[in-house]
Each structure stands twice: as C-alpha cells, then as structure tokens.
Design a protein around this ligand. Structure first.
Ligand code: ZN
Ligand code: ZN
Length: 244
C-alpha cells in the first residue's frame, strides 16, 4: 500500500533537457522552470533537478494548433486531431493534446456551420482550456485536461456561466461524461487514447445537446504511437492498438 506523501516512483519518461528519467512526487515542491525561471509548486522533476513549467512545455505549439484549425475545412474532429497529433513537436503526453481536442471539435463545428462558430470563439475556447489543462493533473487531481477542453467548447457555444442555469448544467454533465469515458481507458494514462475517445463521445453529445451531426470517427483508426509511450502502451486493452 502507498501512504500519502511518499515518493511516487519513477517513470520511463525522459527529461526534455538531459533525457534523465522523470520522477513523480506525491507532495509538490517548489521548483524553478529550467527555461523561464518561474518558481512554482510542482510534482514532476528529473534527477538532475530540471523542471519545465507547463507554459514552456508547449512553447510555440499553441499558435501552431490555433493557426491550423482556423484554416481547416473538415467537419471530422478526429481527422483534424490526427493531423495535429502527427506533428513532430506535439509531445506523446501532455496537455498540448487537450488543446488539440478543443481546437478540433470547435473547428469541425465551425465548418459544419449550424452553431455559428467564429474564429474568435475558437480562440476563446483555446484560452479557457489553457487555464485549466495542466500536464500531469489527470493523475494528480482526477481531471484530465481534455475535460475542460470539451467543457469549454460547449460552454462557449451555449453561453454558459456561473449565473446561468440549464446551460451550465449541460456543460457540467458534458464534462462528467468525458471524465467517465476517460476513466475506463487508464492504466497507464494515454493522451492519444483519451483524445480519440473524448472526441467520439463529444460527437455524440454534440448530436444530443446541439442537434448537430458531425462526421463520426473512422472505424479503422490504428494508433502509430505505440513505441513512443513512456509508460508503456496498453496494447490489447486499447481499442486503437493493432498487433501487426
Ligand atoms: Zn534533466
Ligand atoms: Zn517555464
């Protein structure tokens, strides 16, 4: 049994600076970002003390994701997401994958037309997602960054806020369904699986709550990131794994 506060072990994920094996702590410590110097409480560091803050982890990529989805013409969110996941600078794990989830869903909705999604609203969703999608917190608090990502899409489209009633209830129930979907896919967490499953579920919820039909994910979607997973791919437990 693991007691609260104990060292939470190592992973096979590597430090972006020295490629050392990252260590996870149950109790956060004050660390300085190796890149920008910001001091903050964090739970992931390499043995040489390199810590990279979430802002620096996704540096440059935010604009890449944004620029691509503003130009895309697809109404298939998974197709948009697969293109972005395949870019060289998208990490295997990390909340850059949550930005992709939000961006892909909003872009597909804009291209479908009914929801009257503008470029400005897509940027709004991305900015909201960035505030709550924080790398590693899927395990640390139970909230994967894809949850606020999809929640932000519905919130912006429905105009939800604290003062609203039904709109906010729908956004919360959408967030609940996303976390429920992802919880069935853990062991270890995989941002690629979470992103694909969440978009599948989102397309269903878009139909239910907004009466909009987006193109459904491809049935033959085979994951090509099996060897890149630092904690080890779930293989047969994952529906995107094909043993070729
Ligand atoms: Zn390092
Ligand atoms: Zn930084």
């Amino acid at each position: 049994m693991v007691s609260a506060g104990q060292h939470n072990g190592t992973s096979t994920e590597n430090c972006q600076i020295c490629h050392g094996q990252l260590e996870y702590f149950n109790l956060g410590r004050e660390l300085s970002c190796f890149r920008c110097g910001i001091k903050e409480t964090a739970n992931i560091v390499c043995p040489n003390g390199h810590y990279i803050c979430d802002k620096c982890h996704g540096e440059g990529l935010f604009d890449t994701v944004k620029d691509y989805v503003l130009k895309s013409k697809s109404i298939n969110p998974l197709e948009i997401a697969e293109y972005l996941m395949n870019l060289d600078n998208v990490p295997m794990l990390g909340c850059e994958n949550a930005w992709i989830a939000a961006a892909a869903l909003m872009s597909a909705l804009k291209n479908e037309g009914t929801a009257k999604v503008t470029d400005e609203l897509i940027v709004e969703v991305l900015n909201r997602t960035k505030k709550q999608a924080i790398g590693g917190y899927c395990g640390l608090t139970g909230v994967c960054g894809i949850v606020p990502a999809i929640g932000a899409c519905f919130s912006v489209i429905l105009g939800a806020s604290c003062s609203k009633d039904r709109e906010t209830a729908i956004v919360m129930s959408v967030a609940g369904r996303i976390i429920g979907t992802i919880a069935k896919e853990t062991g270890p967490c995989c941002c690629k699986n979470f992103l694909r499953k969440s978009l599948d579920e989102s397309v269903k919820m878009v139909k239910e709550h907004l009466c909009i039909s987006l193109t459904i994910a491809r049935e033959d979607n085979v994951c090509k990131y099996v060897d890149r997973h630092p904690h080890g791919c779930r293989k047969e437990k994952c529906s995107y794994y094909k043993n070729t």
